[in-house]
Design a protein around this ligand. Structure first.
Ligand code: PEP
Length: 243
């Protein structure tokens, strides 16, 4: 399967930087699917700047309902209207900053699917949970309660302690967790779970991308900090193995 390299800009970036970034990222290698997930305010400008390019757009969250009295929130249909095709859901920063639960992520995932968006659902353990030997249990529980029966999207395994820290799990820990996620997806979703892409996220950089992306059941990367520089995201994309 083609690998997916998704850039999560978090709350960085301004309109003035979009055109130059989009021009640079258009040169992404054709053997991977590249997705840029900027803040909501940049989606429309990005959609124009990326017109005609294979690079796809995504948002970083959506509300669980289509419209209503929810000040400050954005719905999945509103995201789809910008031309975005993906939405990141349940990122650990949303779970920590906004108290999002697995039930919230489940409801948002249903909303995204109903709007025709492809959800990228994030799961991952904290350092304390890993130290306590609970990492796989935590991630399995997140999957069970975050993914609806009709899930058709992408899963991103992001150990919380690896996000933005420069630290990554060992190759054998990534391999073990991705195998556990694959088994959980097949048990939960049946044959659809066999092909669900499982991204790794957490301090992916140009210098570690090739080894992380070559591990079994790693279907690509969710990239935070390094995605802000197009040359770094391009280097990560170039490091992804071919089909
Ligand atoms: C992320 O924000 O999803 C992420 C993985 O961040 P970073 O690559 O900066 O660790």
């Amino acid at each position: 399967m083609r690998q997916i390299i998704a850039g999560n800009w978090k709350m960085f970036g301004q309109l003035s930087g979009v055109t130059a970034y989009a021009e640079a990222i258009r040169t992404a290698p054709p053997h991977v699917d590249v997705i840029i997930c900027p803040p909501f305010t940049l989606l429309d400008r990005f959609a124009t700047a990326l017109h005609g390019s294979p690079v796809a757009l995504g948002a970083q969250d959506c509300h669980a309902t289509t419209q209503g009295a929810h000040t400050g929130d954005i719905s999945a249909p509103q995201i789809a209207e910008t031309g975005a095709k993906y939405v990141i859901l349940g990122h650990s920063e949303r779970r920590a900053d906004h108290g999002e639960t697995n039930a919230d992520v489940h409801a948002k995932t249903l909303a995204a699917l109903a709007a025709g968006l492809i959800p990228i659902v994030c799961v991952g353990e904290t350092e304390a949970q890993r130290d306590a030997g609970e990492a796989e249990h935590v991630v399995r529980t997140q999957l069970t309660h975050s993914l609806p029966e009709n899930f058709a999207g992408v899963v991103a395994y992001e150990p919380v302690w690896a996000i933005g820290t420069g630290r990554t799990p060992t190759e054998s820990d990534v391999t073990a967790m991705h195998a556990a996620i694959r088994a959980a997806l097949v048990a939960q979703l049946g044959s659809a779970g066999k092909t669900t892409a499982i991204l790794y996220g957490g301090s992916v950089k140009p210098n570690n991308a090739a080894s992380l992306l070559s591990l079994p059941e790693v279907g690509g990367a969710l990239v935070g900090g390094a995605s802000l520089k197009p040359e770094d995201l391009l280097a990560i994309a170039a490091a992804a193995p071919q089909d």
